[in-house]
Write a new protein. Structure first.
Lengths: 572, 339, 290
């Protein structure tokens, strides 16, 4: 089944939206596209969208993506952890909530493995030459799970009440959305006051959630009872949620795509114990686990089994990286030599091998090498060199005291789980070897959030974030002085203020020439690596585990956001 | 549900009409009120709040979003205001709303309560029965072979940390022998019905209950052994023996009733540990009960939910102690008229 | 002298003390036998016991020496156990003694406080306190000490209630002894025996609770504790279960030693206890755990 292609766009806008393409094509393709302006040549397949820059680790090939011979039938049992606290994905955009909600709700578009949009509830779309007016033609035969027809009124309602008022990501990106028109029941027009290239990256079900107007109008949306028994337009209908045990979704027999979905039922089994997840996948009790469901050792082991696939594919849209963030308000860490010493003291190759099982690669800067459109390796690097680190610390005015230590340092590792804790332990040992008396502070998440982002009560923390399809979405907030917001998580906590960096960032926000914009972001990376307000350690390489005969799982930019309408069991 | 319980308790109390019982009920209300206030304040001392957690999970928020959430959840008021607000609702038997899970607190608690009760109830019943039996057996000939064997095993079971026992049971029975499932409360892959479902649930109950039993059996066995030995040396037992009663009859009819008293006291003492111990077992086995819910609530600073759980725990403790008191009175007439 | 020999003659005393000596010995010799940081990654990870020379108990999943961890973990466990016992004893004896001696309103007030602590599941309370204060050995000791004193208080109070009616107390009152003198010099020494017996149990429970907290990830991340070793090893349950078996056995054996010791002490003091029966005190006082 082929999806309808969007109408070819006029060259001027395509250069802005597609050629600029923060959605990661290969370097070769990028060059080609510059020459073939507006040819609208989409990539054929996902042809190795990333490069293996690190160690080889145990991975297996999934079956090729196809709908040939697709049969109905089968229950897919998936392991999930932690349990979603709620299914109100438009209030809380945590990944596991979205993983479940994305199967229940459709969005305007969905993103394929090449990170380009494909029609979902929107059959087609056009953008005006000045890119301030976006027109979406909606499907006529889509219905809500309770039978009510899906219309433009639902989109308008969602845009006004949810995108602009509640949903965290869309509020930031769509800040210039001023008006929404519905000229007829199946057409929606968005009016923007300022052009925002990043908009085209959040039009999926989780980025711009579409809720049923007839169930949410005039209610307290955040506390609406339907939040935990959702009614959507997606391929799966919510059946039941036994808290602490499982969430069950049944096939939507009235789904708008004929013949889809293929799966009869989708059961999310809440399995907090990591060994339990590995066992479930191994014995076939579960057939799918998304985004690092098992330990790396288990992943290597499961990859050798004939009935399972362990693969990194299907996560191109989820590039993320890990860093150490110093508090520049602290007099010790304010010294550049100290930060450089810390960078030199950590052996990142060993770190990604021992703690992350090879499922990560050392980073050269804040931008992930997976986001080809904006990545440059041409930045200052800090290779592992403990002797150099010690020299730098001496130079900075922190020689070894009589007891052998130079100074005390608190390291508050991000409390996201065992792997992050062990990374913290690794950093501790590495820094102690060069004479820094590191004390780990193991706080739970709320304490950590408050200490780091509200009180700025820390010296050195670790953290991670997604690069986003565009540096404006994921990277800017850590380097822009105006992004500093006391009490708001994930914004500039180091206190970094650099007029040079601010200038680069602000210029890039409004730069319309894609080549110039790209150069500006190259400059951002250079300055970032020179100033070391973040000590960037490594890029993640997420993996998923699923049954070998499960097809089309990777036909997406990110499993956690795909609706699984085209996933089927190939029992052949 | 809370209304129903207090109604029933009231009626029972009226029927028994003991001064002690009425006083106990007043104590109950005071304790509950005091516990609520103290717990609430204590929980509010924890750094960070629910909004911090939600905002952090959302990954991409704005200061306005954070402020709005605080306002929506009433977290921008002072602790004193929040406390009064909570107590006001609690007195109307409204335990509040959990903003983390999007459900009323009462619903969440009573959803998870049966799982915990099934687990700990089964474990306790087996432990008491088995423990008393073993204790009596050991007490018949103190320091004999049977006694030494049972005592050593009991002390060992009592010494091993519960999380370790749980994990070792999983390794042996779940991983290597593959006789029993390693977690969860029911099989998700196959939908069982009727008798099959019961069997499946029992299979999942074995290991978690066994973990608790291995510990509690030791407690009750040691206790009843010591108590039995002491009772058997009492004068009234010598009298019964002198009157020519058969040894086994003397033991069960006369001694046991008295030896069991400390076991009852221990049951009362352990009632508050019911919830705490279940945290470990439920976490290791993925058992969807109140213990796991409490732990999750602490991690996400869901104060409404936690105070609700602690309130329930206090109610359970006081009620259980009341029951123990009554049973004491039934078994040992001497205590019935004591203050 | 005869009493000491009599005491050690019991098998439980002998084995209990032996196990404790092993644990204390490990703790004291840790820095000498295994200098350096037990958290250092010194070898390849996932080595089974005996697989690599120099690592008789193998390595964990970060390549840390399990034997070194065992010895250093002994220090942590015994430190926590001892400190918690001290706090619980001081608080418990003070509160219970004062309540039992004075009776009346003071007694009711102190008992109300004690009852509050007993309605909150002690382990849950410990978790909350540690979360408030951020986990470190100091805060863990504080949190566990605060949750452990109620049983000592109850015990002390029971003893004081009985003892204050005794003749030797009235005799002292007759010669004009002060309250403080009566509490600390006259009554307390006589009340000590059941309290002493409970001390071994206190230490045992503290060790188990600390292990449980570390297992859940709420321990001090700067030290190796037996509980944290089990927690780390949990991930490798299927393939490398020795990572759990080794530290867990250490906990079980140390606690076993303490329990055996407590039994022996109890039996040794039993004749005296039997004469002091009254007020419905259970013959075997067990501190409530978890």
């Amino acid at each position: 089944m082929t999806s309808k292609r969007p109408k070819p766009l006029p060259p001027s806008t395509s250069t802005l939206l597609f050629r600029d393409d923060p959605l990661g094509a290969t370097v070769a393709d990028l060059k080609r596209r510059r020459l073939l302006k507006g040819a609208g040549a989409l990539l054929a397949g996902a042809a190795t969208p990333f490069m293996f820059t690190g160690e080889a680790w145990a991975l297996t090939e999934p079956l090729p993506i196809t709908l040939e011979g697709a049969k109905r039938g089968g229950t897919l049992t998936a392991v999930i952890h932690p349990e979603p606290p709620t299914l109100a994905f438009f209030v809380n955009s945590a990944t596991m909530i979205g993983a479940v909600a994305s199967k229940i709700f459709d969005g305007l578009v969905e993103y394929g493995p090449d990170l380009r949009p494909r029609p979902q509830l929107a059959e087609s779309w056009t953008v005006s030459p000045d890119s301030l007016t976006w027109t979406f033609k909606l499907r006529q035969n889509a219905t809500w799970h309770d039978g009510q027809p899906f219309t433009a009124a639902d989109v308008k309602f969602s845009a006004e009440e949810v995108w602009l008022k509640i949903s965290p990501a869309s509020r930031r990106v769509l800040q210039f959305l001023t008006k929404i028109d519905t000229p007829d029941a199946h057409t929606v027009v968005l009016h923007l006051s300022k052009s925002t290239p990043a908009t085209f990256g959040i039009l999926d079900s989780l980025g711009t959630p579409i809720l049923p107007k007839h169930l949410y109008e005039n209610t307290d949306i955040r506390n609406n009872p339907y939040n935990n028994k959702p009614v959507g337009t997606g391929p799966f209908v919510f059946k039941e949620w036994l808290r602490g045990d499982r969430i069950v979704l049944d096939r939507n027999d009235k789904y708008w795509a004929p013949g889809q979905p293929y799966l009869d039922r989708l059961t999310w089994k809440i399995t907090p114990d990591v060994s339990g997840r590995a066992t479930a996948l191994e014995t076939g009790a579960a057939q799918y686990g998304e985004r690092n469901p098992v330990t790396f050792a288990d992943a290597d082991r499961l990859a050798t089994l004939p009935n399972l696939v362990v693969s990194r594919e299907g996560y191109n849209g989820y590039a993320a990286w890990f860093w150490l963030e110093p508090n520049l308000r602290d007099p010790i860490l304010a010294k550049l030599e100290v930060r450089q010493a810390i960078a030199h003291a950590i052996n990142r190759d060993v770190l990604v091998k021992t703690v992350w099982g090879g499922y990560a690669v050392p980073a050269t800067g804040p931008e992930s090498s997976l986001v080809k459109a904006f990545y440059t390796p041409d930045t200052q690097q800090y290779p592992y060199d403990p002797k150099l680190a010690e020299t730098l610390l001496d130079k900075a005015g922190f020689p070894k005291q009589a007891d052998g230590w130079r100074f005390k340092l608190n390291h508050d590792f991000i409390p996201y789980g065992d792997d992050y804790r062990r990374t913290g332990e690794f950093v501790r040992q590495a820094l102690r070897r060069v004479g820094i008396d590191v004390t780990l502070r193991g706080q739970d998440l709320p304490t950590w959030i408050k200490n780091v982002f509200t009180d700025y009560n820390f010296q050195l923390i670790s953290s991670w974030g997604t690069d986003g399809l565009d540096p404006q979405i994921g990277i800017e907030q850590h380097y822009w002085s105006k992004a500093e917001a006391k009490g708001t998580p994930w914004f500039n906590a180091s206190g970094y203020t650099s007029p040079e960096m601010d200038h680069v960032i602000e210029a890039a926000q409004t730069e319309t020439d894609p080549a110039k914009r790209r150069d500006l972001y190259f400059q951002l990376q250079k300055i970032a690596q020179r100033d070391l307000s973040l000590i960037n350690l490594f890029e993640f390489r997420w993996f998923g585990v699923w049954a070998k005969n499960l097809r089309n799982v990777t036909d997406t930019a990110s499993h956690s956001r795909a609706n699984f309408a085209r996933v089927w069991f190939d029992k052949a | 549900m809370l209304q129903m319980t207090s109604g029933i308790v009231g009626r029972i109390a009226g029927r028994i009409a003991g001064r002690r019982v009425r006083r106990r009920l007043i104590q109950l209300v005071l304790v509950l009120l005091g516990t609520t206030v103290l717990n609430f304040v204590l929980l509010k001392l924890m750094p960070g709040d629910l909004v911090d957690v939600i905002a952090s999970e959302s990954g991409n928020v704005s200061p306005q979003y954070v402020a709005e959430l605080r306002e929506a959840y009433g977290l921008n008021h002072s602790v004193a205001w929040q406390l009064l607000h909570y107590v006001g609702h609690a007195l109307r038997l409204d335990l509040g709303f959990s903003f983390r899970f999007g459900e009323p607190v009462a619903t969440l608690i009573f959803e998870r309560l049966p799982a915990t009760l099934v687990l700990t109830g089964t474990a306790l019943v087996i432990s008491v029965l088995l423990g008393v039996l073993l204790g009596v057996l050991a007490a018949r000939r103190p320091h004999g072979f049977v006694d030494t064997l049972l005592s050593t095993l009991a002390t060992l079971g009592y010494s091993a940390p519960m999380f370790w026992t749980a994990l070792m049971l999983i390794v042996v029975f779940g991983v290597h022998l593959e006789w029993l499932p390693i977690g969860g409360i029911v099989d998700t892959n196959i939908a069982h019905h009727g008798f099959g479902l019961l069997l499946d649930r029992l299979r999942h109950l074995v290991l978690p209950a066994a973990t608790l039993v291995l510990y509690y059996v030791a407690v009750f066995a040691r206790l009843s052994r010591a108590s039995m030995i002491e009772t058997l040396q009492e004068d009234f037992i010598r009298t019964a023996r002198a009157k020519g009663g058969r040894p086994w009859y003397v033991v069960t009819h006369h001694a046991l009733r008295h030896a069991v008293l400390p076991v009852l006291t221990m049951l009362g003492l352990q009632s508050s540990a019911l919830l705490g111990g279940s945290i470990i077992v439920e976490t290791v086995f993925g058992w969807p009960g109140l213990g796991q819910l409490s732990f999750e609530a602490i991690k996400s600073r869901d104060v409404n939910l936690l105070v609700g759980v602690l309130l329930l725990s206090a109610v359970l403790v006081v009620v259980l102690n009341l029951v123990v008191d009554l049973l004491y009175g039934l078994i040992d007439p001497r205590t019935r008229h004591r203050q | 002298m005869k009493k000491i020999l009599h005491f050690f003659g019991q098998p439980s005393a002998f084995f209990g003390v032996l196990l404790l000596v092993l644990a204390v010995g490990a703790a004291l010799s840790a820095n000498w036998l295994f200098p350096g940081d037990p958290l250092d990654m010194v070898a390849a990870p996932y080595q089974w016991p005996g697989a690599t020379s120099g690592f008789p108990l193998g390595t964990d999943l970060m390549g840390r020496d399990l034997l070194a961890g065992l010895f250093h973990g002994a220090r942590v466990s015994l430190y926590v156990g001892g400190s918690v016992a001290v706090i619980a004893l001081v608080l418990g004896i003070l509160i219970g003694g004062i309540a039992g001696y004075f009776g009346g309103l003071i007694d009711q007030l102190l008992m109300a406080i004690t009852e509050f602590f007993q309605t909150v599941p002690p382990f849950l309370l410990a978790i909350i306190l540690v979360a408030i204060l951020t986990p470190s050995l100091t805060t863990i000791v504080f949190a566990l000490g605060v949750t452990a004193w109620p049983s000592i208080a109850r015990l002390t109070r029971g003893e004081f209630i009985v003892l204050r009616e005794r003749e030797f107390v009235s005799a002292s009152v007759a010669i004009g002894a002060s309250d403080a003198h009566l509490i600390f010099i006259e009554i307390l020494p006589n009340a000590m025996t059941p309290i002493l017996v409970s001390t071994a149990l206190l230490v045992a429970n503290a060790i188990l609770s600390e292990a449980a907290l570390s297992f859940l990830g709420l321990g001090d991340p700067n030290v190796v504790s037996w509980g944290s070793m089990v927690g780390t090893g949990r991930e490798a349950l299927r393939t490398a279960w020795y990572m759990i078996a080794v530290p867990g056995s250490a906990i079980a054996l140390t606690v076993l030693g303490l329990n055996l010791l407590s039994d022996a002490l109890h039996t040794a003091f039993n004749p005296r206890l039997r004469r002091k029966r009254g007020a419905g005190v259970a013959p075997d006082v067990q501190a409530v755990r978890l």
